[in-house]
Design a protein around this ligand. Structure first.
Ligand SMILES: Nc1nc2c(ncn2[C@@H]2O[C@H](COP(=O)(O)OP(=O)(O)OP(=O)(O)O)[C@@H](O)[C@H]2O)c(=O)[nH]1
Ligand SMILES: [Mg+2]
Length: 209
């Protein structure tokens, strides 16, 4: 019998002892110095980046979440357990922004992803119902070009029926370019432990390099 990924509910092994907001950077000069391995959390507006950070840290409102797309404006830095920095990136694909503002954002984010020395990996969030589109495929290519390992994170798994999930994963698999993938829900906490495991491995791989 094939395993249902939503049934893979490991007991959470990461104990969160501290989770702190460090800074919000809306321009490259505002990016804080960092001394910890860093993981960028990326994806289009409304995909659930900020909600995932709250689920990962077991904090209700560490990252600001909203039904209104475009809630997160700058790159937000959170220090977790004095061991890892998570960055909440502003969502893209939100059409109601001016062209100039979108250009400024992509410059900020691309510069950050390309140049941040302690960046150990990136999560690319994709709504499990929607799957990766051009923007996500481009981002994955960009990260590969920058030498940043990435993990596909399929979000909002609670929104589809369990019986449909395996079929959906089979449909999406060819689009994921062989990169690892975790199915998550910020609502049920499915997959959160798997995220931390990947982050731990990416952080160690980076510090060994
Ligand atoms: N059912 C369900 N809803 C979710 C989940 N994750 C996020 N949401 C909802 O989706 C909406 C957007 O979530 P956010 O976490 O603010 O999304 P974001 O990616 O940070 O959005 P931006 O900051 O605008 O880029 C909110 O209404 C959340 O409650 C999930 O796993 N399950
Ligand atoms: Mg957000």
């Amino acid at each position: 019998m094939s395993e249902n990924p939503l049934a893979l509910r490991y007991p959470d092994h990461v104990k969160i002892t501290s989770a702190e907001f460090q800074a919000e950077a809306t321009s490259p000069v505002a990016i804080p110095r960092g001394d910890l391995p860093e993981i960028a959390i990326s994806g289009r507006s409304n995909v659930g980046k900020s909600s995932l950070i709250n689920a990962m840290t077991r904090r209700k409102a560490l990252a600001r979440t909203s039904n209104t797309p475009g809630c997160t404006r700058g790159i937000i830095f959170f220090r977790i357990n004095e061991r890892t920095t998570l960055t909440d990136l502003p969502g893209y694909g939100y059409a109601q922004r001016s062209k100039a503002e979108r250009a400024r954002w992509s410059k900020l984010i691309e510069g950050y992803l390309r140049e941040r020395e302690q960046l150990a990996g990136a999560l690319i969030l994709v709504d499990v119902r929607r799957g990766p589109e051009d923007e996500e495929i481009d981002l994955a290519g960009f990260l590969t070009e920058c030498g940043v390992p990435y993990l596909w994170v399929l979000t909002k798994a609670d929104k589809i029926k369990r019986a449909q999930l395996q079929k959906r994963l089979d449909e999406l698999a060819p689009l994921l370019a062989g990169a690892p993938c975790v199915v998550t829900s910020a609502k049920t906490r499915a997959g959160i432990d798997g995220l931390w495991k990947w982050i731990e491995a990416a952080s160690n791989a980076d510090s060994d390099a």
